[in-house]
Ligand binder design. Structure first.
Ligand code: NDP
Length: 244
């Protein structure tokens, strides 16, 4: 009997939620392709690297994204789970913010997810087996001040995920989302707008300064995947209890 587990691909594995997912799926014995631009951060994670391939991929570059997945599939077999987790959040008011920051968010958070999805979907539909889990946000369901372009990108993730789910469900392929509330990963470290950051700090006080532990987001992702293929938990919303 072949007990080999199928290939799990995680984008944005170099920090935050992605790094926690990598640990969880590694402990469960899955072969993995771990992607990020900063591969040195991935190779420094406390993982057993026997069945792990690490590739430097920018998710906005579809050709290198696809090349990395095909390379891993040649060793570990077809992708059974793609976690489109890579993302960026650059806060700021629309009247102040550099449009380059909007572009970065839309390219990474929306185009990156579409790129990954298209790369794996044909094979999943042919095999009538496979799961895509997209990392959205509560900002994909409700608005937050200083988040206009980020909200646009994550509402986009919600919309495209549900649309694709409807398109592929008859082929037994699952498309699901996790929508977390605030967690203190590296996400905020890229924000260039000091006023937006200080607004965030004030808001954080309203929830007693307690944000999500990224481990729990990783557990939500794994919970979705661990259900039988015939069951699709379409969305998990997860936030610190005190978040409004
Ligand atoms: P981090 O900043 O810690 O992680 C983001 C990851 O995305 C990094 O591994 C980064 O890797 C990767 N990444 C960013 N841009 C690109 C790119 N162009 N190509 C490839 N990889 C990229 O943040 P989180 O772990 O918090 O974020 C993970 C996801 O969760 C994101 O989609 C985010 O929007 C979402 N989210 C986060 C919340 C939070 O409060 N933290 C709440 C709700 C959703 P590298 O720089 O090495 O390429």
């Amino acid at each position: 009997m072949n007990n080999q587990k199928p290939l799990v691909v995680i984008t944005g594995a170099s920090s935050g939620f992605g790094a926690e997912m990598a640990k969880l799926f590694n402990q469960a014995g899955y072969p993995m392709l771990l992607l990020g631009r900063r591969t040195e951060k991935i190779t420094a994670l406390p993982l057993n690297f026997d069945q792990i391939m690490v590739e430097a991929v920018d998710v906005t570059d579809k050709a290198s994204f696809e090349a990395a997945i095909r390379k891993a599939e040649a060793i570990y077999g077809k992708t059974d789970l793609l976690i489109n987790n890579a993302g960026v959040m650059l806060l700021g008011n629309v009247w102040r913010q550099d449009p380059k920051e909007w572009q970065t968010m839309l390219d990474t958070n929306v185009m990156g997810v579409l790129n990954g999805t298209q790369i794996v979907l044909d094979d999943m539909m042919e095999r009538e087996h496979g799961t895509i889990i997209n990392m959205s946000s509560l900002a994909g369901k409700k608005t937050f001040v200083n988040h206009a372009a980020y909200v646009a990108s994550k509402f986009g993730v919600h919309g495209l995920s549900e649309t694709i789910r409807e398109e592929v469900s008859a082929k037994n392929v699952r498309v699901a989302m996790v929508a977390p509330g605030a967690a203190e990963t590296e996400l905020l470290t890229h924000v260039t707008d000091d006023e937006a950051l200080s607004d965030y700090e004030s808001w954080k006080k309203t929830m007693g300064g307690i944000t999500l532990d990224p481990v729990h987001v990783a557990e939500a992702v794994k919970f979705i995947y661990d259900m039988p293929q015939e069951v699709n938990i379409r969305e998990i919303d997860i936030a610190a209890t005190r978040q409004d």
